[in-house]
Design a protein around this ligand. Structure first.
Ligand SMILES: Cc1cc2nc3c(=O)[nH]c(=O)nc-3n(C[C@H](O)[C@H](O)[C@H](O)COP(=O)(O)OP(=O)(O)OC[C@H]3O[C@@H](n4cnc5c(N)ncnc54)[C@H](O)[C@@H]3O)c2cc1C
Length: 757
């Protein structure tokens, strides 16, 4: 999270979570610059370390051993993590254009997005071959290929196109793994046939003759068919055609040929080489724009072109971090010269490897163990993150600012009065709000399009107003996604009542910084919120934004209900015999507490955010249609607290089946390690309401009953006769984790109204 006492003065945006940027993040994490905000934009949360990829394919490592968790690393570095894909750049406007969020402004930009497969250059390759690049997406394709081969009866022929180090290493790793899989399944491993196609005379053409011979011998000994001087020029469904006029039928075709730069870079105005890679100077700055740096596969050094290999990307991390630091501090970046020869440790899949450097080539099992040690040590740097250096609250010191910016920096840290002085400047606010397009409704008489002291709304005839408010601080550093969650959370109350949303007013606090930074944060956050409000046909009609230590957002929301004939879904109304339904999984409290402690996996947080961004609107309509007798949305009091809010006014008891609770991935792990939300202790007081808690309190899910939820699902009681149909309908609507979690009982004699089973 951004350090609350540091106003934001400069933005460094890291595009892509490649091998260079992970080093940059680690370095900035250990030594942040006060006032400099880092943002990582990456389409994947877990980025693979290329050196261990063949070992993963061969089955020597599991997923987490070979992937760097970018969400966790970014949190460590105090960087914002925007999980998104860049689709363009606006160099003049200094913005990154993203697929599914507003543009992200930068002061300095660094691009480390790896290479893209060049399947489009060979007819049919795109549709009929599995590209290894980008390697971060290869895992899904590999798992699918693994399943296909496991399920494929009889002989299977695999064709690998590309005889460089990557293609050879991958072929040997795949063969080793697949033969083992077949053996374990009681099948004959010789059912597998591998064909390796290379356009050159030899495999690994960039390595020395000794290394080439070693691999040719490996290939021969392992029964792999090597097709030399056989450039693949056409791929049909299950058929490979070569320039030599040969054709081969294959069940799987894997594409490991040379890759190029992402196609969208051609529209950016950056100077590229003939393969579409960004041309950079020795300082890693692009030839086109000093504010834009590039590293790793995507960069081609004009003066020192090198092979595209992860080792170079890793080595560029430290000089890139140094030059980004120098650039924001107004110093000239320093040149970096990559080494001419490097040590490549290339594995053969079977815990054996070859060391290649210049004219040197040595092989052995010990080389594999050496490689394994180096690789694990590298990954350890990202799993065991070091302590951070304390930064002084001296923002702007050492950052190159103009006079106007320096004045803003001083006022950003100066003591402000808690009243109007804490308000975000009117011009920044109005500029941010001007860019939003809230939904227009006929019943909004005065709203944001014609702002006044207050909004004026019409209540349509026959309707009653439902009114609610919610406010909370950001659980993540991504203002756009946080805006979505905050709006969803606030709308939850309206939907839980069975009402339609009409209008919302926002109240927000934004950490201090230059006016342009505050404006952008407000814009990003409100753009996320408006996307959700618009989807609910809820008009944003006004709001108030102030500066605060932390990013926080809330909404007062109006909803409309039919006065006559409409049904209000109250908390009280449960009937004995009803079934308890929960539409979304629980566990956000412990997961985000763990995220703050760097103890959650990025994919757990991704899944939790997806769940929090899912609207309750359709779920509420579905529950109404299936005759729900009572409903509430799960928020801060946790499942037990909200259930008690329902049983008490309904004068019923309830039985909860712990095993049936839908739980977010990772929540059981984080709660088992004792990581609890700060609200949990207050919720825990409600345990007196549980019958037989002694017996059940050891259940791994027991603590989740008290876990506070953000933008949680709907808890409802539904007549037993409708429960199965209601659950099926909820799943069809996308509530994949919806579950029947218990039943409603007649009120008993005992004081404890909730029975656990
Ligand atoms: C099978 C195989 C084995 C290899 N083994 C080795 C080896 O042992 N040693 C070695 O040095 N090299 C090896 N390589 C080469 C190595 O994989 C690449 O050189 C290396 O991955 C390049 O690293 P990078 O940092 O440039 O980018 P990458 O590691 O490819 O990372 C790019 C990142 O950017 C993200 N990204 C991409 N596009 C976008 C976008 N538009 N918006 C947002 N995010 C985006 C991706 O999600 C990813 O996180 C191997 C390659 C293959 C195919």
């Amino acid at each position: 999270m951004q350090q609350p006492d540091q106003p934001v003065l400069r933005d460094i945006v890291l595009l892509g979570g490649g091998h260079s940027h992970v080093g940059v993040l680690r370095r900035f994490g250990m030594r942040p610059i006060p006032g400099v905000r880092l943002t990582l934009i990456c389409r994947d949360t877990h980025t693979p370390y290329s050196g261990m990829l063949p070992g993963y394919i061969a089955g020597h490592y599991d997923y987490d051993q070979v992937h760097i968790d970018l969400a966790r690393l970014a949190a460590f570095a105090g960087a914002r993590f925007f999980r998104d894909e860049a689709v363009g750049l606006d160099l003049a406007g200094q913005q990154v254009l993203c697929r599914s969020r507003p543009p992200v402004p930068y002061d300095q930009l660094s691009i480390n997005i790896g290479s893209a497969p060049q399947v489009s250059q060979v007819p049919g390759a795109r549709d009929n071959a599995v590209p290894v690049k980008p390697i971060n997406q290869f895992n899904d394709r590999w798992l699918a290929l693994l399943t296909r081969i496991r399920e494929h009866p009889g002989p299977t022929r695999v064709a690998v196109v590309g005889g460089g180090a990557g293609g050879v290493e991958l072929t040997l790793a795949m063969q080793y793994r697949l033969r083992r899989e077949l053996r374990e399944a009681g099948r004959d491993p010789d059912e597998l046939a591998f064909h390796l196609f290379t356009s050159s005379d030899d495999v690994l053409p960039t390595h020395n003759a000794r290394v080439r011979r070693t691999f040719e011998r490996q290939i021969e000994d392992r029964g792999i068919h090597l097709h030399r001087r056989s450039a693949v020029n056409r791929v049909a469904n299950g058929v490979v055609h070569t320039t030599a006029g040969d054709r081969l039928d294959a069940d799987e075709i894997v594409w490991v040929t040379q890759a190029g730069g992402a196609a969208w870079l051609r529209e950016t105005g950056l100077m590229l080489d003939e393969r579409g890679f960004i041309l950079v100077r020795d300082t890693l700055q692009t030839l086109t724009d000093d504010r834009v740096f590039a590293a790793g596969d995507i960069a081609t050094s004009v003066n020192h072109p090198r092979e595209k290999a992860g080792v170079f990307a890793v080595r560029q991390g430290p000089p890139l971090a140094r030059n980004l630091r120098r650039a924001v501090q107004g110093h000239a970046p320093r040149p970096f010269r990559p080494q001419k020869t490097w040590l490549a440790l290339i594995s053969t899949g079977d815990r054996h490897a070859v060391a290649s450097r210049g004219a040197l080539g040595i092989e052995g099992d010990w080389v594999w163990r050496w490689k394994d040690w180096i690789d694990r040590r590298f990954m350890q740097r990202f799993s065991e993150l070091p302590a951070m250096e304390e930064t002084t609250a001296d923002p702007g010191r050492g950052i190159a600012l103009d006079n106007e910016e320096a004045a803003q920096a001083i006022s950003a840290v100066a003591m402000r009065c808690g009243g109007c002085g804490a308000k975000v400047g009117a011009s920044a606010l109005s500029r941010a709000l001007e860019q939003l397009e809230p939904v227009q409704r006929d019943d909004v008489v005065i709203g944001l399009s014609d702002p006044d002291d207050a909004a004026v709304l019409r209540v349509p005839p026959g309707k009653a107003v439902v009114h609610t408010i919610d406010f909370f601080r950001a659980v993540i550093d991504d203002p756009y996604v946080f805006g979505k969650i905050a709006a969803n959370h606030a709308l939850g109350d309206i939907f839980a009542m069975g009402a339609e949303a009409q209008s919302a007013t926002a109240v927000a606090t934004v950490p201090s910084g230059l006016e342009s930074k505050i404006e952008d944060t407000v814009f990003q956050m409100m753009a996320g919120a408006v996307a959700v409000l618009n989807e609910a046909n809820c008009a944003l009609v006004g709001g108030h934004t102030g500066e605060g230590r932390e990013l926080a957002l809330g909404f007062a929301v109006n909803g409309l209900l039919d006065v006559d004939g409409g049904r209000v879904l109250r908390k009280g109304g449960m009937r004995a015999g009803d079934v308890l339904l929960l539409t979304k999984p629980i566990g956000t409290g412990t997961l985000f507490a763990a995220h703050a402690k760097l103890a959650a996996r990025g994919r757990w947080i991704d899944a939790a955010l997806t769940s929090m961004c899912q609207s309750n609107r359709l779920g509420a309509l579905c529950l109404l249609e299936h005759g729900a007798s009572a409903c509430t949305d799960l928020t801060g009091f946790g499942l037990l607290g909200h259930l008690l809010e329902m049983t008490r006014p309904s004068a019923v008891d309830a039985e909860l089946d712990l095993a049936a609770l839908p739980v977010l991935d990772g929540a059981e792990e984080t709660i088992a390690s004792g990581i609890l939300s700060s609200l949990q202790p207050a919720n825990l007081r409600l345990r007196r309401a549980l019958r037989n808690p002694e017996g059940m309190s050891d259940h791994p899910r027991y603590p989740l009953l008290f876990d506070p939820q953000t933008a949680g699902g709907l808890l409802a009681s539904v007549p037993a006769a409708n429960a199965t149909a209601c659950l099926a309908a909820l799943k069809t609507l996308g509530y994949d984790h919806a579950a029947i979690i218990g039943r409603v009982l007649p009120q008993g004699e005992a004081l404890e109204p909730i029975h656990l089973v």
